[in-house]
Structures are given as structure tokens and as C-alpha cells.
Design a protein around this ligand. Structure first.
Ligand SMILES: C[S@@+](CC[C@H](N)C(=O)[O-])C[C@H]1O[C@@H](n2cnc3c(N)ncnc32)[C@H](O)[C@@H]1O
Length: 326
């Protein structure tokens, strides 16, 4: 291996830049250094950190073009503006949000690869969902992240499938209800219920969209019996959070609740189609889950009384798998 390759690999593997970016966003440095910027001592005082290490952090991010020197300190560059404000990028980089905190589970990747289990539980002493339940601000940041991450795809998901053939839909683990609200807005004939451990964000979403007469929320676990008798049970980005045993239990709950001619609709990034390999690893370290491939979904579903009828690449990032009960 040439020294160029070795340097490239070491550069790729170094945690310095990923962590420097995350710490800068968590401290709000890009926002604080917009415009004329500030001196290091003043900024350190402002954000409550030590000036010398802060200078090291800004120095590294300046070599990468996020900040630039001024006569008296640093200011954010146009490129660094990408780290400002409330965007999916800043939500994911902020170590105080659910997404930023979860990313640190990658430190436990060796444990996850060795055991197949989540690194998150090992790092934080409880699983991701219990952690959110124990920290309401984390839960709130997670719901914001979920809404942000689907924003661009929601119109594709709502338009890319014939939802209108269903009179009743249960959104299983529906989170903030962003997708369901868009589906209901596009199809006035559908009535829906959304089940989640925490339904406060979804209740707000439905109220904001004036959908309370057609959409209701049910606080509860999808490992318990689901609202019965619907035409379709939607699982958007649910199964990839779980190992086969738990994913199978969620499918069982859908099958036993659905009408005999009902459908189970799985929407998520599918391995080999829309899923990136980095997300695969993220699902592993955070949840002990993975981005399954179509054949894996078919096999898992068959073991729980479902047959795969169709796969549609319904949006830029996700596929929709339609299952019928056999
Ligand atoms: C990745 S989010 C997806 C949310 C939503 N389907 C979407 O696509 O925006 C997973 C959701 O599963 C919910 N969840 C996790 N465990 C659950 C359980 N045991 N019962 C019900 N919901 C659960 C979480 O609260 C979260 O809202």
C-alpha cells in the first residue's frame, strides 16, 4: 500500500472531523459566528467552554472551510452556513438530540458485529425507545427528526401508491403522523388510526391539518393487540428497527387485527434497492435491526402468515412492499 493510500485510509477512519462537527453544532458555534463572527475568548465565555480547546476546534474546522479567520477571531463561511439553523443536518449532528446521541452508538460497533445486538443499549444502559421515554426532550427531538427526514419524500409516498382503495388504515408506529396526514389529505375517503408509544406529536399534526374527524391516535405498543378490522396496516420505517423475532411479533399483531382480505404495507429503505449500506450499520448499532432485502422480507413475512404481492420503489429513499394475508 502506498503512503497516499495509507493516509487516505487514516483520514477516512479518523473520528476527529465527525466529532468536531458534532461538537461545533451542539455548542451552536456556526450560528454564533455568522456575520462578523467573534473572538475566541469572547465566544468561549459566551458558550461556557475553555478558550484554548475552543481555538483548537475552530482551527480544525477552519482548515475544512466551515469557518474563516477574521482580524479578531473567526466567522462562519458560506459553506459553514450549512451547519446553521434548524435543519435535518443540524438535528442529526447535535449531540443533545436523539439522532446525534444515537450516532455515538457507533463506538460500540465491534460489540454489535460480534453479538448482533444494539450498541445503543450497551452505551446508554437501556434501549433507544426506553431512553426516549425517559427523556421527553429527546422524544421531542426524535419526532422533529422523523418529520424532517420524510419532508421531501412525503409527497412521493402519498402519490406513488393507490392508498385510495382502502377505507380504513392503521398506521402502526406512526410517530409524528406526517406521512399519514399527507395520505389522508390526498384521499378524503380514508379514515385512519395511528398507534405509537407516544402520540402527542401525531395528535398535534392531525389538529394542525384539520384531520381530527378522520384520524385518531391510540397510545400503546405494537407488540400488543392493534385496533382491529382495518383494510391496511402501514409500517413505515418500523421493521428495520427490530431483529427478526420482534419484527415477526409486529407482523403477527397486524395479521391478527386485519380484515381477512386486509393488507400489510411495509414502507422503508430496502436492502439492494433504496437503502444505503451506512444506514444498515446505523440500524444495527442503534436498534440491533437492519435494512432487509426483498427476499428476507418475503421469508420473514411468510413465517407470519403473509405473502408478498408487490414491491414498488415509491420514493427516492423507500420502497413499499404490499403483503396479503394467506
Ligand atoms: C423510525 S420511527 C417511524 C415513525 C413513523 N412511522 C414515520 O415513518 O415517520 C419508529 C416509531 O416506532 C415507535 N415505536 C417504537 N417501539 C414501539 C412500540 N413498542 N409500540 C408502538 N410504537 C413503537 C416509535 O415511538 C417511533 O415513533
Amino acid at each position: 500500500m502506498g503512503s497516499d493510500d495509507a493516509n487516505t485510509i487514516l483520514h477516512l477512519a479518523s473520528l476527529a472531523t465527525p466529532m468536531a462537527l458534532r461538537v461545533a453544532v451542539t455548542l451552536g458555534l456556526p450560528d454564533r459566528l455568522r456575520g462578523d463572527g467573534a473572538g475566541v475568548a469572547e465566544l468561549a465565555d459566551d458558550v461556557g467552554v475553555a478558550p484554548v480547546p475552543l481555538g483548537l476546534l475552530l482551527g480544525h474546522l477552519t482548515t475544512l472551510g466551515f469557518f474563516e479567520h477574521t482580524a479578531t477571531g473567526y466567522r462562519t463561511t458560506d459553506y459553514g452556513e450549512n451547519l446553521c439553523g434548524d435543519s435535518l443536518t443540524t438535528v442529526l449532528l447535535n449531540l443533545d438530540t436523539a439522532g446525534g446521541r444515537a450516532e455515538l452508538a457507533f463506538v460500540e460497533l465491534l460489540h454489535s458485529v460480534t453479538t448482533g445486538r444494539a450498541g445503543y443499549d450497551r452505551r446508554y444502559g437501556r434501549d433507544f425507545w426506553a431512553d426516549l421515554a425517559g427523556h421527553p426532550p429527546l422524544r421531542e427531538s426524535f419526532d422533529r427528526q422523523m418529520a424532517h427526514r420524510l419532508r421531501a419524500e412525503v409527497p412521493q409516498l402519498a402519490a406513488g401508491y393507490d392508498w385510495g382503495r382502502f377505507a380504513t388504515v392503521v398506521d402502526v408506529g406512526g410517530g409524528p403522523g406526517t406521512l399519514l396526514a399527507a395520505i389522508l389529505a390526498a384521499h378524503p375517503g380514508i379514515r385512519a388510526r395511528l398507534v405509537d408509544l407516544d402520540v402527542s406529536a401525531a395528535a398535534r399534526t392531525f389538529a394542525e391539518h384539520g384531520l381530527e374527524d378522520r384520524a385518531s391516535v391510540v397510545a400503546g405498543s405494537f407488540f400488543d393487540p392493534l385496533p382491529a378490522g382495518a383494510d391496511a396496516y402501514l409500517l413505515c420505517d418500523i421493521l428495520h428497527d427490530w431483529d427478526d423475532e420482534h419484527a415477526g411479533r409486529v407482523l403477527d399483531r397486524c395479521v391478527e387485527a386485519a380484515r381477512p382480505d386486509g393488507r400489510v404495507l411495509v414502507v422503508e429503505p430496502v436492502g439492494g434497492r433504496r437503502a444505503g449500506t451506512d444506514m444498515d450499520l446505523a440500524m444495527l448499532v442503534i436498534f440491533g435491526g437492519r435494512e432487509r432485502r426483498v427476499a428476507e422480507f418475503r421469508e420473514l413475512a411468510a413465517a407470519h402468515g403473509l405473502a408478498l404481492d408487490a414491491v414498488t420503489d415509491v420514493s427516492d429513499g423507500r420502497s413499499l412492499l404490499e403483503f396479503r394475508i394467506v
